[in-house]
Design a protein around this ligand. Structure first.
Ligand code: NAD
Length: 479
């Protein structure tokens, strides 16, 4: 029997079946049925969050700590089951699904700790006898809008700090991955959140998401997704004079210099470009390779790609799962055709693959002979497609790496301390990796980018406080 997951509004599970969640590894497999909220439900959820804010924002740290810690513990205890369900609905491998679930548990644990570490400042005023206190308070009702590619980690890294700092939430997950979102909301609800503090409104972005953008009672919006939707969030937020934070696309460069350790460089490139089926905002989609190592690097990558096991996400042997859905698969194939038309040489892959069950399987694709001016170098593809750009030396590599409208992550593979140090300082990206894949970050430090990739304060770690709190300066004259 197919399960029906409902929306959580003001502490009640509500709604009728509205959409189906399909397993991309086997489209005959229906993961579940999900309620689909409309504008009215969004309004109810926002009203409930608004009503719940005064009490929650003044609750003591222990109350918030208890809910977040309990949530972390339950996610960790159920990591295999939740990770498997995540892999089933999104198509990333079992190892990646479980790894992402563990990360969500770690994030809740981190922010549970943060509830007990909130501090302020006290300074003397310029007026004798007056004291000045600077404290942080929750912002109010926070709208959280998330994409499909990290179904549990991204909701966790927004929901956990929002709750830790005393905000109430209306959460709209991506249509393709409602099960993971529903699961963490269910766990938080049972962990003892008061009604209205966390509301779940699953449904279409253009309907329920847009209703959130248009409502003046949403005081802040944290959004992760595409640049196009991000711009809508920004425009609507400016209209309502609300705080907003955007995490969007990437076209992340991995530079490989002649002095790189070839095995390290190949590991970084294969992991960064193709794992999670290339569907990571931090994926290394541009491989910028110096002349002296270029041919050896390309041969070694092709050899590795040839050995990768592509298949059902739930098969433990699989290293690369399917593409998330038909629309994304078409986008990947369209860009492979565009790359060929532009004159790049498809050196490996790019074909659809048949597996036992009907699914969206694509052989990882590698272009060589590409330039940084081509569309495949400038536009985010968001699939298992990468292109090699040949450069003569470090200076050209850095210039090409920075010549992009995006600025999320970047990486360099080199054994030169001088070049590594210069690259860390001069790369125009929010996160820079040396001899590591551009994808794969820690949960306790800031995450975010520059240029067209991000807008607003950083997410994660202590830096998350900047977005989820507002500063109050209070003056006291004791007489
Ligand atoms: P998307 O923009 O299509 O959707 C993101 C979310 O916005 C979904 O929940 C969707 O329903 C909602 N939405 C759509 N239209 C809306 C509207 N009019 N009003 C309000 N909400 C609306 O993005 P996606 O396809 O789900 O995700 C892929 C994108 O996310 C890629 O560009 C990827 O790079 C980006 N991403 C960025 C990061 C990062 O941290 N920088 C992380 C993961 C993914």
């Amino acid at each position: 029997m197919t399960v029906l997951r409902k929306n959580l509004i003001d502490g009640e599970w509500l709604g009728e079946a509205g959409s189906r969640n399909i397993n991309p590894s086997n489209t005959n497999d229906i993961v579940g049925e999900y309620a689909s909220a409309g504008p009215e439900q969004a309004k109810q959820a926002i009203a409930a969050a608004k009503a719940a804010f005064p009490a929650w924002s003044r609750s003591g740290p222990l109350a918030r700590h208890a809910v977040l810690k309990k949530t972390s513990d339950e996610i960790m205890a159920r990591k295999d089951e939740i990770g498997r369900s995540l892999a089933r609905e999104e198509g990333k491998t079992l190892a990646e699904g479980v790894g992402e679930t563990i990360r969500a548990a770690q994030i809740f644990d981190f922010f549970a700790g943060e509830t007990l570490r909130l501090s302020g400042e006290m300074v003397p005023s310029v007026r004798p006898g007056v004291g000045v206190e600077m404290t942080r308070e929750g912002v109010g009702v926070v709208g959280i809008i998330t994409p499909w590619n990290f179904p549990i980690a991204i909701p966790a890294w927004k929901v956990a700090p929002a709750l830790a700092y005393g905000n109430t939430i209306v959460f709209k997950p991506a249509e393709l991955v409602p099960e993971s979102a529903w699961t963490i909301v269910d766990i938080l609800h049972r962990a003892g959140l008061p009604k209205g503090v966390l509301n779940l409104v699953m449904g279409k972005g253009s309907v329920v998401g847009q209703a959130m953008l248009d409502d003046p009672d949403v005081n802040a919006i944290s959004f992760t997704g595409s640049v196009g939707t991000g711009k809508r969030v920004a425009a609507a937020s400016v209209e309502h004079m609300r705080k907003f934070q955007l995490e969007m696309g990437g076209k992340n460069p991995l530079v490989v210099l002649d002095d790189a350790d070839l095995a390290v460089a190949v590991d970084c490139a294969v992991n960064g470009a193709y794992f999670s089926t290339g569907q990571r905002c931090t994926a290394s989609s541009r491989l910028i390779v110096a002349d002296g190592i270029h041919d050896r690097f390309v041969d070694a990558i092709k050899e590795r790609l040839d050995k990768l096991v592509i298949g059902d996400a739930l098969d433990a042997k699989t290293q690369i799962g399917p593409v998330v859905d038909q629309t994304q698969l078409k986008q990947d194939e369209d860009y492979i055709a565009i790359g060929r038309q532009e004159g790049a040489e498809l050196a490996f892959g790019g074909d659809r693959l048949e597996r036992g069950a009907p699914g969206f399987y694509l052989q990882p694709a590698l272009f060589v002979g590409s330039t940084n001016a081509m569309r495949i170098s400038r536009e985010e593809i968001f699939g298992p497609v990468a292109n090699v750009i040949r450069v003569k030396d470090y200076d050209e590599a850095l210039a090409v790496a920075n010549d992009t409208p995006f600025g999320l992550t970047s990486g360099i593979c080199t054994t030169s301390l001088k070049h590594a140090t210069h690259f860390k300082r001069n790369s125009e990206a929010g996160m820079v990796m040396v001899n590591l894949p551009t994808a794969g970050v820690d949960f306790h430090v800031p995450f975010g980018g520059r240029k067209g990739s991000s807008y607003g304060p950083r997410e994660q770690g202590r830096y998350a406080m900047e977005f989820y709190t507002t500063v109050k300066t209070a003056y006291t004259f004791a007489g």
